[in-house]
Each structure stands twice: as structure tokens, then as C-alpha cells.
Write a protein that binds this ligand. Structure first.
Ligand SMILES: Nc1ncnc2c1ncn2[C@@H]1O[C@H](COP(=O)(O)OP(=O)(O)O)[C@@H](O)[C@H]1O
Ligand SMILES: Cc1cn([C@H]2C[C@H](O)[C@@H](COP(=O)(O)OP(=O)(O)O)O2)c(=O)[nH]c1=O
Length: 211
């Protein structure tokens, strides 16, 4: 126990912007400041949600339509919140999550055409509308994000990562729009340059929350 309230921090952005890399670096830097935290991810982060992750990311491109996909992400999130995130916060830990609600807003709404209000309704039903204390949106020029993601995946991307460039451009635009609409919760972070420089920007964007 830290004696202070746990904070719920999410990292968001398109494929290959450096979320996983930065989550690990951020966890190390925050632990060095004495913060007790857990690192988690979506889709996944609990036993049930990891099972739903496999349903969502494996199989043919057409395995799920946009509506079934949105419901599965919301179901996975409900389980993740109940089993992993809320217990950690209640114990005073910080929670750092690689993706959360805003990915559903960007991918299933912004890029797949469902209404943002409907994604938020699913979130209210599944997860009592719980929002992060801070959302760090990593942003990269499209060409650099594609280069990094393809170096990592070597042509073996998942059902959603493998969608076309126009889809991923809509995802990036939707993220930017949501961030601009809620400057209190979001911080847009320049993800170009060396990993250490990006981590320093992320820590700056948490300065008002860190002890
Ligand atoms: N600042 C950086 N500069 C260059 N390459 C990076 C940087 N950060 C991450 N990478 C590399 O880019 C790829 C995608 O990074 P990753 O953290 O997996 O992104 P995401 O989780 O957002 O998809 C990985 O191969 C990673 O090693
Ligand atoms: C959490 C979430 C993820 N996704 C997508 C984004 C990714 O393509 C995929 C998760 O794959 P993952 O490998 O975890 O992400 P990344 O490619 O960023 O390392 O699921 C949604 O479409 N909606 C959501 O709500």
C-alpha cells in the first residue's frame, strides 16, 4: 500500500507508435519513484478477457462484423476492469494499461463507422463508464508508425492490425479528435525520436499526478 490513491493511466495510439515499449519504460521510471503499480493491456488483462482477445485477434478478417466486435471488446473490458483494474486501484496501486476505452472509440467507432455515443453506452453498461485519470496518446507520422509496426510484425499482423492504410489513418484521426475534445484527461505525446526522449515526455505529462 502506498497510502495514496492509485491512479489509472492508459496509453493509446495506433499500431507501432511505441505503446508497449513505453509502458515498460514508464513502469520502471515510476517504480523508481516509489510508486507501486501493475502493468496490463487490452484486449486482455484478466483470464476471461485474454480468452476474448484470442477470439478478437485470431481468424479471418470477416470473422466478426463491427457490432459483434464492439460488444466483444466491451465484454473483455468489463472483465478486465472488474477482475484486474479495480482491485489494484482499491489496494492503492497505480494501473498502467496498454489501450482501454479510447481504442474502442477510435477503431470500432471512428474507423469502423459505429457511433461514438453507442461505444460510450456500451462502456456505461459494461464498465460503469469508468474513465482513466490520464490518457497518454502517442502520435507518430503515419509512415513512421507503419515502418515500426512492419519491422516488428514482419508481415504477420493480427485481424485488426492487418486492416488497410485508410482504416489506420481514420483510427489516428479519431484519436486526435477525442484528445482535442478532452484536454483534461488526454495528453497528446510526440512519439518521434529515441525511446528515452519519449519516456521523458510521458513523465512530464504525468507530473501533476506523481508524488
Ligand atoms: N522510439 C522508438 N524509435 C524506434 N523504434 C521504436 C521506438 N519505440 C519502439 N520502437 C520499435 O517499434 C516497434 C513497435 O513498438 P511497440 O512498442 O511494439 O508499439 P505498439 O505497442 O504501439 O504497437 C517495435 O519493434 C519497437 O522496438
Ligand atoms: C482495446 C482495443 C484494441 N483494438 C485493436 C487494436 C489492435 O489492432 C489490436 C490489439 O492488438 P495489440 O497487439 O495488443 O496492439 P498493438 O498492435 O498496438 O501492439 O486490437 C480495437 O480495435 N479496439 C479496442 O477496444
Amino acid at each position: 500500500m502506498t497510502g495514496r490513491p492509485g491512479r489509472f493511466i492508459t496509453l493509446e495510439g495506433g499500431e507501432g507508435v511505441g505503446k508497449s515499449t513505453q509502458l515498460a519504460a514508464l513502469a520502471t521510471a515510476l517504480r523508481a519513484r516509489g510508486i507501486d503499480l501493475i502493468v496490463t493491456r487490452e484486449p486482455g488483462g484478466s483470464e476471461g478477457a485474454e480468452a476474448i482477445r484470442r477470439l478478437l485477434l485470431e481468424g479471418d478478417a470477416g470473422r466478426w462484423g463491427p457490432r459483434a466486435e464492439a460488444l466483444l471488446f466491451a465484454a473483455a473490458r468489463a472483465d478486465h476492469l472488474e477482475k484486474t483494474i479495480l482491485p489494484a486501484l482499491a489496494a492503492g496501486q497505480w494501473v498502467l494499461s496498454d489501450r482501454y476505452l479510447d481504442s474502442s472509440r477510435a477503431y470500432q467507432s471512428g474507423a469502423s463507422g459505429l457511433e461514438d455515443a453507442d461505444i460510450l453506452t456500451l462502456h456505461r453498461i459494461g464498465s460503469e463508464g469508468r474513465l482513466p485519470d490520464r490518457t497518454l496518446l502517442l502520435q507518430l507520422p503515419e509512415a513512421e508508425a507503419t515502418r515500426r509496426a512492419s519491422l516488428r510484425d514482419r508481415g504477420d499482423s493480427d485481424r485488426i492490425g492487418g486492416r488497410d492504410a485508410a482504416y489506420h489513418a481514420r483510427v489516428a484521426a479519431a484519436f486526435a479528435q477525442y484528445a482535442a475534445g478532452d484536454p483534461q484527461r488526454f495528453r497528446a505525446i510526440d512519439a518521434t525520436g529515441a525511446p528515452d526522449a519519449v519516456t521523458a515526455r510521458l513523465l512530464d505529462a504525468l507530473a501533476d499526478l506523481t508524488p
